[in-house]
Design a protein around this ligand. Structure first.
Ligand code: XMP
Length: 512
């Protein structure tokens, strides 16, 4: 059985980060609901449990709790912030509101040199974010570290292997936080480690072979990282019995179809069918200007193409999807009642459930950066593994207004120039996403001695961590000048280029 650690989620924005940090330490980690029962924990056989932080106060009667019997199960537990306070309260200690609270950086001083602090000198910088604090320790616990305003910044019961830290070891502002987590896992909880992408790959291949048997699998490639990694993984596991297809909807970037074909069919010898449906998508989008209508039409057209393709592909039993761990977590509520179960979710453009496939979701345990690492492990090239995000509706949401073959050509050519120049920009890795947008306005210009009345292209480049918030990228002026000059000179029909300097919020990354 795979060694695993479970994080009980008390609604912390950092629960995922804790899970990722533990995985980075080489131990597989999952997030579970805070109200998991001691019986369910016993069935999971975790090597250790971590109680996350959370926005509530354990002093409120309606704050999220946990089954106290879990502490008697003999499983090592590390409580973080709210998790530490809950542990203290449930085991008979006391939690009270501190005089000022501690928010931001603080320095803790160790009281005892316990294994949790192995390799770290007498104290360390930590990140605090709490109003409440433990004022009376539960029986059997000792205070192991303190700050000037928090006498119990770390507590522990050595015999029961129960520990609590008031600070957040998972955030980067606690520079030695990973050492604390690693010490807990390896020096206190007795973890063996060894969870690596190579190991995940081996396990996944075996699992896919076992599940699929002699059947066939269909995989719809989108040109993005997730579906590419799914296809490569299936190819590794079952070879030609995974049949991939890629819909050319006419809304892709310049050279994209060829790029994907070359990558998969030639460089990776993965059988892939390109389904030509450009006319169908363009016809369906004729006269449509509303962005949401565009998205809906594109989704529906994809389903009808998919259904046709399915019939043409014969009797595949499985459909492989690139569902990731965040999709799985987001589809359940960490603080919902006990009846809130994992909901079904869709990843591939909202495919309906009645297509008659069994779903195969080999990436559902992975975070995005882990998917990229798996892609590298599978031998996929960097240019695919580190591809920037591209929206499902493609260039249709970057041609503002009606989407026509002519508009798409202008946008594609302008976008290709931006991509070409960005490819030579030394700090390109700091930019999350960059693209061109074709605006539905004409502006006056002068070329040679002639007055022009042509299209306007907007350039968008943003920095972001997760696409949820973003800031416009401070690209060098000479880079912008080169892109602008090349677009105006090389793309017929464009006489003006503007740069978008809006952040998200209040704007969004895409214009539609
Ligand atoms: P926004 O424009 O909402 O974009 O700030 C955030 C991220 O999501 C991408 N995006 C989409 N991806 N289907 C997708 O698959 C869509 O309809 C869609 N709209 C936006 C966008 O490119 C950015 O990375």
């Amino acid at each position: 059985m795979r060694e695993q650690v479970a994080v009980l989620d008390f609604g912390s924005q950092y629960a995922r980060l804790i899970a990722r940090r533990i995985r980075e330490c080489g131990v597989y980690c999952e997030i579970v609901r805070h109200d998991i029962s001691a019986g369910e924990v016993a069935a999971m056989k975790p090597a250790a449990l971590v109680l996350s932080g959370g926005p509530a106060s354990v002093m409120n009667s309606d704050s999220p709790g946990m089954d106290p019997a879990i502490f008697d199960a003999g499983v090592p537990v590390l409580g973080i912030c709210y998790g530490m306070q809950l542990m203290a309260k449930l085991l008979g200690g006391r939690v009270e509101r501190g005089a000022d609270g501690e928010y931001g950086p603080a320095k803790i001083t160790f009281i005892e040199p316990v294994p949790l602090f192995h390799g770290i000198d007498a104290g360390m910088e930590v990140w605090m974010s709490h109003g409440d604090q433990v004022t009376v320790l539960p029986e059997g616990f000792a205070s192991l570290a303190a700050t000037p305003s928090c006498p119990t910044a770390v507590m522990g019961n050595k015999h029961r292997c129960l520990y609590g830290v008031q600070f957040h070891p998972e955030v980067v502002h606690t520079p030695r936080g990973n050492d604390i987590l690693s010490n807990f896992l390896y020096r206190l909880a007795g973890c063996r480690g060894g969870w690596t992408m190579g190991r995940f790959l081996e396990e996944s291949v075996a699992k896919i072979r076992d599940t699929v048997g002699d059947s066939e699998v269909v995989c719809a490639l989108s040109g993005g990282v997730d579906s590419a990694v799914v296809a490569a993984l299936l190819h590794r596991a079952i070879g030609e019995r995974c049949r991939s297809f890629f819909v050319d909807n006419g809304l892709l970037r310049k050279g994209e179809v060829e790029e994907v074909r070359t990558l998969f069919a030639r460089d990776y010898s993965l059988s892939m069918t390109v389904v030509e449906a450009r006319g169908e998508f363009l016809a369906a989008l004729r006269g449509v200007v509303d962005p949401e209508r565009k998205r809906k039409i594109i989704g529906e057209t994809f389903i009808s193409v998919f259904k046709r393709q399915k019939d043409a592909m014969g009797a595949a039993r499985f459909l492989a999807q690139g569902t990731l761990y965040p999709d799985v977590i987001e589809s359940r509520s960490p603080l919902g009642g006990p009846s809130a179960v994992i909901k079904s979710h869709h990843n591939v453009g909202g495919l309906p459930e009645d297509l008659g496939f069994e779903l195969l979701e080999p990436l559902r345990e992975l975070f995005k950066d882990e998917v990229r690492r798996l892609g590298t492990e599978l031998g996929l090239p960097d240019r695919l593994v580190h591809r920037q995000p591209f929206p499902g509706p493609g260039l249709a949401v970057r041609v503002i207004g009606e989407v026509t073959a002519e508009n798409l050509k202008v946008l594609r050519d302008a976008d290709a120039i931006l991509r070409d120049e960005m490819g030579r920009y030394e700090n390109v890795h700091e930019v999350w996403q960059y693209f061109a947008v074709l605006l539905p306005v004409k502006s006056v210009g002068v070329m040679g001695d002639e007055r022009t009345y042509d299209d306007v292209v907007a350039l968008r480049a943003v920095s972001s961590l997760d696409g949820m918030t973003a800031d416009w990228a401070r690209l060098p002026a000479d880079l912008l000048a080169r892109v602008s000059s090349r677009i105006i000179n090389e793309v017929t029909g464009v006489n003006r280029v503007v740069y978008d300097i809006s952040s998200k919020p209040p704007s969004t990354i895409e214009w539609e």
